[in-house]
Design a protein around this ligand. Structure first.
Ligand SMILES: [Zn+2]
Length: 153
């Protein structure tokens, strides 16, 4: 027989007592079924959290893989912007999957070749179209991008 403290008066009483012999406060008893139900609920909750996290992770990874050509496309536009004389007026096209080619790849990185164009102002203020080809490598270790080659004409 174990002893516990009455929540009402603080006196030590038997854990089997239905009522406190001192103040008469009814005592709650934890029974085995109550513990069992609580454990089932906790296990169910942990399982739910785990599966939710796994779903989130796989969705994120999938999106990242699918978006690599798109990221390469916009990254090439960044490099082109740096190359142009009047980058403020540069007019780039929207993403088109046909203009990105996956050239090579392994566990460390993937190389993409972007062939696209940009409309921008030359030094006389006239809009001209520049076609470019940009080879860029996505480094998987730190998700960074490295430009390998940029040709514009
Ligand atoms: Zn009491």
């Amino acid at each position: 027989m174990a002893l516990k403290k009455c929540k009402e008066c603080g006196k030590e009483i038997s854990s089997d007592a239905d009522k406190c012999p001192n103040c008469g406060k009814p005592q709650k008893k934890r029974n085995a079924l109550g513990y069992f139900v609580a454990i089932i609920i906790i296990i169910g909750f942990i399982g739910w959290i785990t599966s939710t996290l796994e779903n989130t992770n796989s969705t994120t990874t999938q999106t990242a893989i699918e978006d690599l050509p798109k990221l390469a496309f916009y990254k090439s536009q960044e490099y082109m912007r740096g190359y142009l004389k009047g980058p403020a007026g540069a007019d780039f096209p929207y993403y088109d999957s046909a203009s990105v080619k996956r050239v090579a790849g392994d566990g460390k990185g993937t190389m993409f070749e972007v062939t696209s164009y940009v409309d921008s102002q030359n030094s006389f203020g006239a809009k001209i179209r520049t076609t470019y080809k940009c080879s860029i490598v996505r480094v998987h270790a730190d998700s960074s991008w490295v430009m390998a080659e940029l040709k514009a004409w």
